[in-house]
Design a binder for this molecule. Structure first.
Ligand code: PA5
Length: 429
């Protein structure tokens, strides 16, 4: 179950506001489901969970068994939507993977790649290279380097056993590379954009190869699809959350901080930053998404959160139960004075810190809501992914933008290509 708590919105958002925005939410719902809204050619993610075939998941399982037999680690190459969902799941699930996963192609740092190759020396890595367009600079040049490293380590004949490509069915250089190299490949559906693609082969292939239970991930998303299909925001927490964001934005709360007391949710925060930032930050509009991990960031950003400019609202990602719990030991001499929490669990103290922070931020002028997972497991992560994908679609429509395009990300690329190479020399745009 995913719960939604709004007691710390009191005085910032009232039922009258909710009533007023209801018709707009109903329209956003009708536009989304009726494929009449902006960017409707990219809403393949909407019904995706229920369309994923059991046979496909079985195929992934048997490929995973082969890879895990042949390789002792995995390198996942990709950036943006072809990276963040995978990493969010891997980090969130902690020890769920059977083999370690390393990442490449999400930056252009030579030191990063050098250190990765040092780490991989003597290992037998499998490689998943993921790019929907098949032409993105970062993963393309990282793949070149990783392929060369693999060739040097294990010889060219091993490459087809170790490399898997996830890309478009026809377009892009990666499709050509996969076909020419004879690499196993999976297709990303045309109608699902990068940041919405974690439940396509983009996420499912590397996660399955690493040993994550992708069937449960998909089942969690299916639960979300079922639960958030109601148009009425009084019966749909996902829509209520989207509506509240819009109300707060119109009342001057321009920044949303996704906070969690669970460090394993750090990359869920990174995934959320992309999902919301790329979907809503356009036409001079958009809530600026930020993320924090507490209590760590309470000792750095806590001051700003409590007393800085009051243009912030906060969304906590909480868990009823951690994956594991650890007790605080009793000490006979009690020199640090903390025996009053001895024999209590770290999670108990963590929860009190969360309760205190939510109350203090509210009193300090930061309205906040909590999205709570009853368990920090793969099923609820799938449910959470779907919750936010649908929330950003409704939220984007309420804002009046196309939540499914990203024209602004081309600007730096154009300038970078102009610096790197005159257009006449480029074979890939
Ligand atoms: O959401 C998006 O569309 C982007 O963040 C892309 O996922 C990112 O740029 C990577 O693109 P590609 O998968 O085409 O390499």
């Amino acid at each position: 179950m995913i719960s939604f708590h709004t007691q710390y919105l009191k005085g910032f958002v009232n039922e009258e506001d909710i009533k007023k925005i209801s018709p707009a939410v109903a329209k956003a719902h009708a536009d989304l489901h009726g494929k009449k809204g902006k960017g409707s050619e990219f809403i393949g993610w909407l019904e995706l969970p229920s369309q994923i075939q059991k046979n496909f998941l079985k195929e992934l399982q048997s490929l995973a068994a082969q890879i895990q037999q042949h390789c002792d680690c995995l390198v996942s190459i990709g950036i943006g939507g072809s990276y963040l969902g995978i990493r969010a799941a891997m980090e969130f699930l902690g020890h769920a993977s059977k083999i370690p996963v390393y990442y490449a192609g999400h930056n252009i740092s030579s030191d990063y790649l050098y250190n990765l190759f040092e780490t991989l020396k003597g290992k037998r890595p499998g490689v998943v290279v993921i790019s929907k367009s098949g032409t993105t600079t970062e993963p393309a040049i990282a793949f070149r380097a990783v392929k060369k490293f693999l060739e040097a380590q294990c010889g060219p004949s091993e490459l087809t056993k170790r490399i898997i490509c996830v890309t478009d069915s026809k377009k892009g250089a990666l499709r050509q590379i996969a076909d020419k190299g004879g690499y196993r490949s999976f297709v990303i559906p045309d109608d699902v954009g990068g940041r919405f693609s974690v439940l396509t082969p983009v996420g499912l292939v590397p996660l399955a190869l690493a040993g994550v239970d992708v069937q449960s991930l998909v089942e969690g998303a299916q639960k979300g699809q079922q639960e958030y299909k109601e148009a009425d925001l009084n019966k749909n927490n996902c829509y209520r959350y989207a509506a509240i964001r819009n109300i707060l934005y119109r009342k001057g709360k321009k920044i949303e901080v996704f906070s969690s007391f669970y460090p394993q949710a750090h990359y869920v925060g990174e995934w959320l930053k992309q999902l919301f930032g790329e979907s809503e930050g356009k036409n001079g509009k958009g809530i600026f998404p930020a993320s924090m991990i507490f209590s760590t960031d309470l000792h750095s950003m806590g001051q700003q959160m409590q007393e800085g400019e009051r243009n912030i609202f906060e969304t906590f990602i909480a868990m009823d139960k951690p994956q594991h719990d650890v007790l605080i030991p009793h000490e006979a001499d009690n020199l640090d004075g903390f025996n009053y929490v001895a024999d209590k669990s770290f999670d108990f103290v963590n929860k009190k810190a969360y309760e205190a922070t939510a109350a203090a931020h509210f009193e300090g002028g930061v309205p906040n809501m909590t999205i709570g997972l009853c368990q920090a497991d793969v099923f609820h992560l799938g449910h959470l992914f779907y919750f936010f994908e649908k929330a950003v679609a409704i939220s984007g429509y309420l804002l009046g933008v196309n939540p499914f395009d990203q024209p602004g990300v081309e600007a730096y690329k154009k300038k970078m290509f102009a610096l790197l190479c005159p257009p006449s020399f480029r074979s890939v745009p």
